[in-house]
Every structure is written in structure tokens, then in C-alpha cells.
Design a protein around this ligand. Sequence first.
Ligand code: ARG
Length: 276
Amino acid sequence: MKTTRKAIWGIVLLLMAFLAACGTTAEETSSSQEEGQSEAEAPKKLRVVTDAAYAPMEFQDKGEVVGFDIDFIKAVAEEAGYELEVEHVGWDPIFVEIESKRADIAISSITITEERKQSYAFSVPYFQSTNKILVPEGSDIQNAENLKGKKVAVQNGTTGQMAMDALIGKNDPNIKKFEDNNLAIMEMESGGADAVVADNMIVEEYAKNNPDKKLKVIEDSAFDSEFYGLLFPQDSELVEEFNKAINAVLDNGTYSEIYQEWFGIEPNIKVLKEQQ
Ligand code: ARG
């Protein structure tokens, strides 16, 4: 009887020791698996460059880069599983940074054009835009045609400049080019130019936020409808992933939310989708 009891206790103890050992091993395995997984899934940080002098699309607020474009790309990157570092570099440097691959993506109200497509890759369109004319309220300029013979300030290397080159003539001294759109607006305000030509959201927002400056915005069907895209190095592998993520953000309501926050109106998502 005694021996049987001893034997049973022996077996029980052995079993407990065995189970305990199993427990530790199982725990150890799962925790090391988790570590391995989180290492593999640690989001890669992408370097995003912009010209943060184009409110409300991208601008600086207390040293921080903010704007519709910034909220948009953050939402898209989150969807694609990437972390971002957004840096203001200026307009011309954007193209240098992307061409040299020092930056992964540029977002800066960049219009998708055939010419740019020769040297860079673009995402699907994420925003519709057109150039408009900003003038002092009392100006006699009423349409694009009236800009002939006037001094027009534009940001260098933008579609605004291209539209003026086509209308007034390339290298015409009446086209005053600035490296930053805010400088173009300042030139008009100080009397050095009669008008500014830039993207509608920018001139409309500026006129609205500065009622004391008494400005008016003129639209003209002579200006093309344009679409903004994210800009990548020509052979970037990110394009496909970001296109997918842009479509997800367009479809799941996030895009509308951000658009309404900045502009107070519903976006036309259908027109963007039709361009794909
Ligand atoms: N959409 C125009 C273009 O692509 C102007 C963009 C200017 N953007 C800026 N952040 N300054 O040429």
C-alpha cells in the first residue's frame, strides 16, 4: 500500500514538473515569436518633401508643416503601413530631392503633367485644381486675355508660369517669377505686379483670409483642369502601394473627412476616380 502511494506521488510530481516545463517552453516560444514579428512589422520611415508656402495645402504653423496635403499623406501612409517625416525644402529642391532619391515622396499640390511624367512617377490623382487670377479689387483685369501687356507674378516652374508662358510668351519680362508663391503675392501687394496666377485653392483662401487687402479672384475657362499627384522617383516601388492606399482613403470616407475639415465642402471623388 505504501509503495503504491509513493509511486502515485512520484508520477504526480513528475507530471507537474513536465507540465511546468511545457509551460515555460510554450511561453518562451510565443514571446520570441512576437518579438520577431514586431521587428519585421516595424513601419519603415519615409522621407517626404514639400514646399510649405502654399496655404492651405501646405504651410508652416509654429514651425510645423501642416495643411490638407499633410493630413492627406499621413492618412495614406497609415493605410499603407509607413511612418513619415515631412520636411519643407522649397519648390525647386523638391524635384532635386526626388530625382536623386534622397526623398521617397513629394507632396506639394504637384500637378500631374506629361512633361513631369518623363522624369518622375506620379500616384493616381488625389485632388482637382485649376489656375485662377488674383488681382486688387479695383483692377481692370477681368479675364486671362486682359493679362496681356500686364505684369503677372507667378511661382517659378509651376503650371501658373506655364500658362503665362503660353498666353504672354516665354521669357517675356512681364512674367515675374518667384521661387515661392508668397513672394509672388507680396510683389503684387507692393505694386510690382498687376496680378498673380496660381492654384485656385491658394488664391481663394488668401483673398478670403485677408479681407482688408481687398482682393478678388477671377476664373477663366482658358485655364485647364489639373490634378495633383504624389511625386516619386521614376522607378519607385512605393507607387503601387500608395495607389492602393489612396483608393482606400478615397473609398472609406477618410478623404472626405479631411477635405471637409480644410475646405468646408464635400469633395468630388467621382471626378478623381474617372481619371484613373
Ligand atoms: N499645381 C502647380 C504645379 O504643380 C503649383 C504647385 C505649387 N506648389 C507649392 N507648394 N508651391 O505646378
